[in-house]
Design a protein around this ligand. Structure first.
Ligand SMILES: [Zn+2]
Length: 133
């Protein structure tokens, strides 16, 4: 189960709000599925339907996470107008099956999120707990 406290979750939700109507994205790091930090990234090709971050930015962020002694737990991105379910594009572009996918949707009155494991182009819901402990 990936666990995130309310403060970090809110940071991610706020990042998504600032990027509306386009998608926002970033990385989530920590230890043993406990989130300790989020790393907002810039969507370099702003779109309401997808995100793009260049390889250099991704690898320098991965280096920074490694230097901080944490592990990459998940990639997060937002769905401004659709449910928090991976699109076929999301599944194709997710490269690393050890890294989870978190999606925050702004389709509804209040944001909704979900976490997934992605393997061989398929997704399985992964428990995601928001709150202290
Ligand atoms: Zn998506």
């Amino acid at each position: 189960m990936v666990r995130i406290d309310q403060r970090l979750y809110q940071q991610m939700v706020d990042h998504g709000y600032t990027c509306l109507p386009n998608e926002a994205c970033g990385l989530i790091s920590g230890h043993d599925e406990k989130v300790e930090q989020i790393w907002p990234l810039v969507n370099e090709r702003p779109s309401p339907h997808r995100f793009f971050v260049s390889k250099t930015i991704v690898s320098s962020t991965l280096d920074a996470i490694e230097q901080s002694g944490q592990q990459v737990l998940a990639v997060y991105h937002t769905h401004p107008g659709t449910a928090p379910v991976p699109s076929s594009y999301d599944l194709q572009s997710h490269q690393d099956s050890t890294v989870k996918m978190v999606i925050i949707s702004y389709k509804f009155h209040s944001p909704r999120s979900a976490c997934y494991s992605i393997l061989d182009g398929r997704y399985v819901k992964h428990p995601f707990h928001i709150g202290e402990r």
